[in-house]
Design a protein around this ligand. Structure first.
Ligand code: GLP
Length: 247
């Protein structure tokens, strides 16, 4: 695992975007694994700007999102579909049929979980973007989830529901379940880029980097991936000692 520490959030987004842009220039039919959350916003802003300048095209790109809440409509303002549409999809030339997000309405039926798993098996992810929860979750793989899981319906921890409550009004409105890529799907990506910003993530980053690989900290498994880059701002890296960036 390679770790880069940046002075600013802007720099974090720029480095992440540059990696995707370089891959898109090399292979215009990239399979891009995407994440939601505030840590990804700057990245999407850069990608939209670069698209508007005509440097990249999404015409042949397929996107695969990590997760979606269960039992909310796509059109719900807090659905991950709405997040992706507002921040990326509606601003670029991606084809609707190339956007893959777990179908939350159908997710309770085993067929929908199987469908998303099949889509991921048929379309190996070239780059998987990730954020991390304060409890170390990636996607919605909460602490204690087996590293062997493929797409499944996850029960969200109360901590995650509290963290994700802004926009829902109150915690009780946050869905209790979500459909998510499992760790096994995430780890099959050829390259993984984890973006982490903010002082509230400093503790989990220190634990992920210095702790044992353990399902209590789902993101710790990333240390075994052959090509994983972690991009931190200086706040998220503030509990790391000098030199630990090399782990
Ligand atoms: C949600 C997503 C995660 C993401 C996390 C971090 O819980 N399911 O995939 O990593 O948010 O969000 P943020 O970037 O806002 O800190």
């Amino acid at each position: 695992m390679k770790i880069v520490v940046c002075e600013t959030e802007k720099e974090v987004s720029k480095i992440a975007a540059d990696i995707i842009i370089a891959k898109m220039k090399f292979n215009n039919s990239l399979n891009l694994g995407l994440a939601t959350g505030s840590s990804q916003l700057g990245l999407y802003q850069v990608l939209v700007r670069v698209f508007e300048k005509g440097v990249i095209s999404f015409e042949k790109v397929k996107t695969f999102n990590l997760d979606e809440y269960l039992d909310i409509e796509r059109s719900h303002p807090q659905s991950f579909y709405s997040f992706m549409d507002a921040n990326l999809f509606k601003h670029v030339n991606i084809k609707k049929e190339n956007i893959y997000i777990p179908n939350s309405k159908l997710a309770k039926s085993a067929s929908s979980v199987a469908w998303y798993n099949d889509m991921l098996s048929e379309n190996p992810i070239d780059i998987q973007m990730l954020g991390i929860g304060r409890n170390g979750h990636i996607g919605f793989n909460e602490p204690g989830t087996s590293f062997d899981k493929e797409v499944f319906v996850a029960k969200l921890t109360q901590e995650t529901r509290i963290d994700n409550a802004s926009g829902f009004g109150c915690v009780s409105q946050v869905p209790k379940y979500a459909i998510t890529m499992g760790i096994k799907n995430i780890m099959s990506a050829k390259k993984i880029v984890l973006i982490v910003t903010g002082i509230h993530k400093a503790k989990i980053i220190e634990q992920m980097i210095n702790g044992k690989i353990n399902d209590k900290i789902p993101a710790s498994i990333l240390k075994t991936h052959q090509d994983c880059l972690v991009i931190l701002d200086k706040d998220a890296a503030s509990l790391l000692k000098k030199g630990e960036e090399q782990k």
